[in-house]
Design a protein around this ligand. Structure first.
Ligand code: ADP
Ligand code: MG
Length: 230
């Protein structure tokens, strides 16, 4: 069935290979996936199976070698880099395993800045950043820099930053993989709550089966293909 415009994200026949000396290593061997608006999907698969590669391709951070990536129904594989960047900024929020916050800026600035890049006024961007950070329990941490925050707090700032632009699609690469179990639970709870509250479509790579159980669907990667789990 061809992807329909209503899918926030659709992948069709995505292939990715890395060259290894003379030979090519095929990591993704024809990945198909469709995520409706508002649907959350957990990607549960062993290390080295291609989760990060898949998320980078879905987030238009990397090209596939074959296949197509549809964002909000629009094919992206053949677009110029500038247009791919525009779509990424407009429609996609990304949470990395390590937070990638800007060290010299406050929590508030880290969340507000991407919105200003997208054209929001300083005042509006700050107001939205403050709302989101407050929702995530960080009202007393707005002016702190990342180095003055705990790991769990840093990751909550990263969640706020990824959702600040009200993206259609949220991609998260082991967002709590770097945290102790208790903090991980707390951060994942905040993340799932926000996913539900905002109606964003989400694809979240995680090793935590209990947390994956809170998503609408679970998928895995097997021999380079995506397989739906019960
Ligand atoms: P996961 O996130 O599931 O751990 P990755 O997508 O990071 O998996 O990697 C999948 C496989 O692709 C691994 O074997 C990794 O070594 C390989 N790989 C990833 N990126 C590159 C690259 N830039 N060059 C060569 N091999 C890579
Ligand atoms: Mg990875």
């Amino acid at each position: 069935m061809p992807p329909r415009p209503t899918y926030a994200l659709a992948l069709a026949g995505v292939v990715r290979r890395y060259s290894e000396g003379e030979s090519a290593l095929e990591i993704l061997r024809g990945v198909d996936l469709a995520i409706s608006q508002g649907q959350s999907v957990a990607l549960v698969a062993p290390s080295g199976s291609g989760k990060s590669t898949l998320l980078h391709i879905a987030g238009l951070l990397e090209h596939s070698d074959e296949g197509e990536v549809f964002i909000a129904g629009r094919p992206t594989a053949r677009l110029a880099d500038a247009e791919r960047t525009r779509i990424r900024r407009q429609h996609i929020g990304f949470i990395y395993q390590f937070h990638h916050l800007l060290g010299e800026f406050s929590a508030l600035e880290n969340v507000a800045m991407p919105q200003m890049i997208r054209g929001l006024s300083h005042k509006e961007a700050n107001a939205r950043a403050k709302d989101l950070l407050t929702y995530l329990g960080l009202a007393a941490r707005l002016t702190h820099r990342p180095s003055e925050l705990s790991g769990g707090e840093q990751q909550r700032v990263a969640i706020a930053r990824a959702l600040a632009n009200a993206p259609r699609l949220l991609l998260a690469d082991e967002p709590t993989g770097n945290l102790d179990p208790k903090t991980s639970d707390h951060v994942f709870g905040a993340l799932t709550e926000l996913v539900q509250a905002t109606g964003v479509a989400a694809l979240i790579a995680t090793h935590n089966l209990e947390l994956a159980g809170r998503m609408d669907r679970r998928v895995t990667l097997r021999d380079g293909k995506l397989v739906e789990l019960a």
